[in-house]
Design a protein around this ligand. Structure first.
Ligand code: MG
Ligand code: ZN
Length: 196
């Protein structure tokens, strides 16, 4: 039994997994643009340029890619949970066509002022996925376009990449997910080198 366990460790079976957590609106898809206000239906879901390829490249270097999204519109009654599910099924299916995988979509359906643990800047969505999939959060990344995304990542112990102009807490800032993904992959490999 002891020998078996040593073999398991040597083969890396017990290695904690690495993940990238992505905010949805403004990172993967358009929101508050000319052609779309909020995304309540699949036909309002427009991928931002390069987002699909960026997720595919992250799949090549990480065990998991997740979406963690605040959807307070449900709590406020603007959208039904079933509709949100349709939007997410559409997103995942369209990505699959491009060879990109989202392993799970977590969302907070509560009202913005409900004071729940899951709505970002709180970190429960990230922590729960971390536990479920045995993620090494210190070697994982949160990407978002609001300061609350960055705060949620930092609270959970991930590195955090901001999509936009500037953020005081972020480890890096880029204008889009494509460039963020390139940096994340470089940063991951730099960290791996340091360990050797
Ligand atoms: Mg966003
Ligand atoms: Zn919540």
């Amino acid at each position: 039994m002891i020998i078996f366990n040593i073999l398991k460790i040597k083969k890396g079976v017990d290695r904690l997994k690495r993940a990238v957590f992505l905010d949805r609106d403004g990172v993967i898809n358009e929101v508050l643009t000319k052609r779309v206000k909020f995304v309540n239906e699949p036909n309002q879901f427009y991928f931002l340029p390069g987002a699909e390829e960026a997720i595919k490249s992250l799949n090549d270097h990480f065990d998991y890619v997740f979406v963690v999204t605040n959807q307070g519109g449900i709590g406020l009654g603007y959208m039904k949970e079933k509709q949100l599910q349709k939007v997410h099924d559409h997103m995942v299916a369209e990505l699959k066509k491009k060879g990109a995988t989202i392993h799970e979509v977590a969302y907070c359906p509560h009202k913005p002022k409900a004071g729940c643990e899951c709505r970002k800047p709180n970190s429960k969505m990230i922590l729960d996925l971390g536990e479920k999939y045995k993620i090494d959060l210190k070697k994982s990344y949160m990407v978002g376009d609001t300061d609350t995304d960055i705060q949620a990542g930092k609270k959970a112990g991930t590195k955090a990449v901001y999509i936009g102009d500037s953020d005081p807490l972020a480890d890096a800032v880029f204008p889009n997910l494509k460039e963020a993904a390139q940096w994340i992959i470089r940063d991951l490999h730099n960290d791996n080198k340091k360990l050797k």
